[in-house]
Design a protein around this ligand. Structure first.
Ligand code: R5P
Length: 298
């Protein structure tokens, strides 16, 4: 019997590309979406410039996964990657940036400063067709759509954090360090059916904050939640305040584990028992998978 020719497989319409430093998140995302993931080759010239090469096949719908902590050189490489993917055949390029930097400078705080948030949103929004990120730090604006010239989605980490907190058991008090985190803290606490409070934070410098809490309801355990831990001083000062007011145990959950030099030392010295983070930035404290939330948004 003559053999039937095998049907040629349909080329996949979507493919995920990533850099070495974001491979963990990219693989989690690829697993959730059932897609392939390939790495972009990087070469660093002696003068510090980077040459990228997309060696794998490129689908019409390309997704680039790159977490943009330690942002300055990564932002340039990310813009170069968008161009490389289009030249290699992508018709639509989406950036999944698990951590999106420069969102905190959302206004001119002192004369002579830029609005960094808008500069970065414009650059990325012109290079990509769509941006997806996790828990962007938004204060004076409500939605990324207000600042990006392309479609942009900020995924809330609250359901994943609430789930993790519930799994640890007990009836802890959920504590946000500052008033601007109130809606997010309430969303986590409501989803986990737990009480919550937020403090009033005043940032005095990169390495100094003052936090005042309202009356702290009686509790033996508190869980501090914050979107970013950078110098670690917000968590450290908040923990000291809670312990001083008689809370026996303070744990901390953060989304983006930046942890600048020395941050973990300050956090532990302040008496925080356990600290865990989301996996948007690779770090030994990563315990909460957030890629499935980004996959759902895609
Ligand atoms: C700022 O408002 C953020 O929500 C964080 O609280 C802040 O970025 C933490 O920074 P650090 O760890 O340097 O105190």
């Amino acid at each position: 019997m003559p053999q039937q020719p095998r049907p040629t497989p349909e080329p996949s319409l979507r493919r995920i590309h990533t850099f070495t430093d974001s491979e963990h998140f990219a693989r989690q995302l690829a697993r959730a979406l059932g897609e392939a993931v390939t790495r972009i080759a990087e070469h660093r010239f002696p003068d510090g410039e980077t040459l990228l090469r997309v060696r794998s096949p490129v689908a019409p719908d390309a997704i680039l996964v790159r977490s943009l902590h330690d942002p300055n050189s990564k932002l340039v490489e990310t813009l170069l990657a968008a161009d490389a993917l289009r030249r290699a055949g992508a018709q639509r390029v989406t950036l999944v940036a698990p951590y999106l930097p420069y969102m905190r400078q959302d206004m001119v705080f002192a004369p002579g400063e830029p609005v960094s948030q808008l500069v970065i949103a414009n650059c990325l929004g012109q290079a990509f067709d769509r941006i997806v990120t996790v828990e962007p730090h938004l204060h004076r604006i409500q939605q990324l759509a207000e600042i990006f010239p392309c479609r942009a989605t900020g995924v809330s980490s609250a359901p994943a954090l609430a789930h993790w907190i519930q799994r640890t058991g007990g009836h802890p008090l959920i504590v946000g360090p500052d008033a601007e985190s109130e809606a997010w803290v309430r969303a986590i606490a409501d989803a986990a059916h737990l009480p919550w409070i937020v403090g009033q934070k005043e940032r005095l410098s990169d390495h100094a904050v003052r936090i005042r809490f309202p009356t702290i309801p009686p509790c033996t355990r508190a869980i501090l939640v914050d979107d970013i831990a950078s110098s670690g001083f917000t968590l450290a000062v908040a923990a000291q305040g809670l312990l001083k007011h008689g809370v026996a145990t303070v744990d901390a959950v953060v989304v983006h584990a930046i942890f600048a030099m020395g941050a973990l030392t300050h956090i532990r010295a302040a008496g925080i028992r356990r600290i865990v983070s989301g996996d948007t930035i690779p770090h030994p404290t990563n315990a909460i998978r957030l890629a499935p939330l980004a996959a759902a948004a895609l």
